[in-house]
Design a protein around this ligand. Structure first.
Ligand code: PGA
Ligand code: ZN
Length: 405
């Protein structure tokens, strides 16, 4: 995007485990690049989107996003493509920041942050990100005692190395999963959880007090009939059995957050999980609320989840994602700003997390360039702001802080 003397660009990410109600990724289909080419999406940016955005003031993000909405009013951006609207919307944001000569986070209008989002870092991949070797998608850690971004990322990297050493000692190192976490060379979910604890200890840290565990169950991917299929264990569990398995994990391991613990259509499961875990843990809706303000408000009113995962490309524009953040805060929810499993070198997510005052930032592991690009950007932002990390919210009701603290 060109604007006066400045030009700016942005790249839309893509996901592997998508909610059914999120904005769709427009791909060409056919045989070229396995059907994943985006020639049509790029043409849409250069023609349709260019035609409506030409002459619009980039300082007016709301107007630019409204024009994108008018091109395709459907929440799933069925016709135009969520990748088209996301890239265009983010490019407007970057252009406005460049024109003012300010960092992108500042352009989001939240004022000077008094704290920064706490990293949530994948250590072992799984689910759709690792050929379903294990069913759970993300085995992550959250540095709890770290006071700043440097400290948190050093702890995460040391835990990552600790788990790597543990796997190596068992002769089971086998590369990395989609988001850079260790490939899940384990025989059970419990073994993966125990490996995390071992990694934390090998790093000289105290499980729970210094570094806690967080899981993305991505349970929509496991839903089958009225229950959940754990293919890696050859098991089908009813809703009640799955809930008690999660409870057992939370009793045995220092788990502070459960993302998508039940499938997006299992409203009763999501409510039951929130009732059971919500006072002391984050129950995060990803596929369950797809960064939609309306869905977040509806879920909150029904007692489902106490935190929202926010992915700008689920909503399709910066404005729509910001509205989702606002709806989450209005409901007293915590906010986690997240990247996708299909990422690029684009670092917008670090700025969105800071600018929107997120509690946590989730961009995958601490390896692979598209992941370290985001952590490095967060480090660079932290260098310019001498502020601590946000305290870890204990549950849904404790986090109504705004960007101004
Ligand atoms: P994705 O999911 O593969 O759709 O990006 C990541 C996540 O569930 O957080
Ligand atoms: Zn998720």
């Amino acid at each position: 995007m060109h604007c006066g003397d400045v030009s700016a660009r942005a790249i839309a990410p893509a996901g592997a485990s998508r909610g059914s109600a999120e904005a769709v990724d427009r791909r060409d289909g056919g045989t070229r690049l396995g059907g994943m080419d985006v020639t049509e999406a790029v043409a849409a940016v250069n023609e349709e989107v260019r035609a409506v955005l030409l002459g619009v003031d980039v300082m007016d993000q709301g107007r630019a996003d409204q024009l994108l909405d008018e091109l395709d009013p459907s929440p799933t951006r069925e016709r135009l493509g969520g990748n088209v609207t996301t890239a265009a919307s983010l490019a407007v944001l970057h252009a406005a920041a460049a024109l003012r000569g300010v960092p992108v986070w500042m352009q989001l209008g939240g004022g000077a942050p008094t704290a920064l989002p706490r990293p949530e870092v994948q250590i072992i991949g799984g689910g759709a990100h690792a050929a379903r070797t294990v069913d759970v998608q993300d085995f992550m850690i959250v540095p709890m005692s770290a006071r700043n971004v440097d400290e948190a990322l050093v702890q995460a990297a040391e835990v990552y190395l600790g788990v790597g050493t543990a796997l190596k000692s068992r002769g089971r190192v086998n590369g990395v999963a989609d988001e850079g976490g260790h490939w899940p060379e384990v025989d059970s979910h419990e073994e993966a959880l125990a490996l995390l604890v071992e990694g934390i200890e090998r790093a000289g840290l105290i499980p729970g007090a210094d570094v806690a565990i967080s899981l993305d169950l991505a349970a929509s991917e496991l839903a089958e009939g009225e229950g959940y299929r754990l293919a890696s264990e050859g098991l089908w569990l009813s809703r009640a059995e799955w809930l008690s398995r999660l409870e057992q994990w939370c009793t045995e391991f220092p788990i502070v957050a459960l993302e998508d613990p039940f499938g997006e259509f299992d409203l009763e499961g999501l409510r039951a999980a929130t009732e059971l875990f919500g006072d002391s843990r984050l129950v995060i809706g990803d596929d369950a609320v797809v960064s939609s303000a309306e869905r977040i408000s509806e879920a909150a009113a029904a007692g489902r989840c106490n935190a929202a995962l926010i992915k700008v490309n689920q909503a399709g524009t910066v404005t729509a994602a910001a509205e989702a953040v606002r709806a989450a805060r209005d409901a007293g929810w915590s906010v986690i700003v997240s990247a996708r499993s299909g990422e690029t070198e684009d670092v917008s997510v670090a700025h969105l997390a800071v600018g929107w005052g997120a509690d946590l930032i989730k961009v995958g592991s601490i390896t692979r360039g598209e992941r370290t690009a985001k952590w490095n950007e967060l480090l660079r932002i932290a260098e310019t702001l001498d502020v601590p990390l946000r305290p870890m919210p204990a549950g849904g009701q404790t986090s109504t802080r705004t960007n101004r603290g």
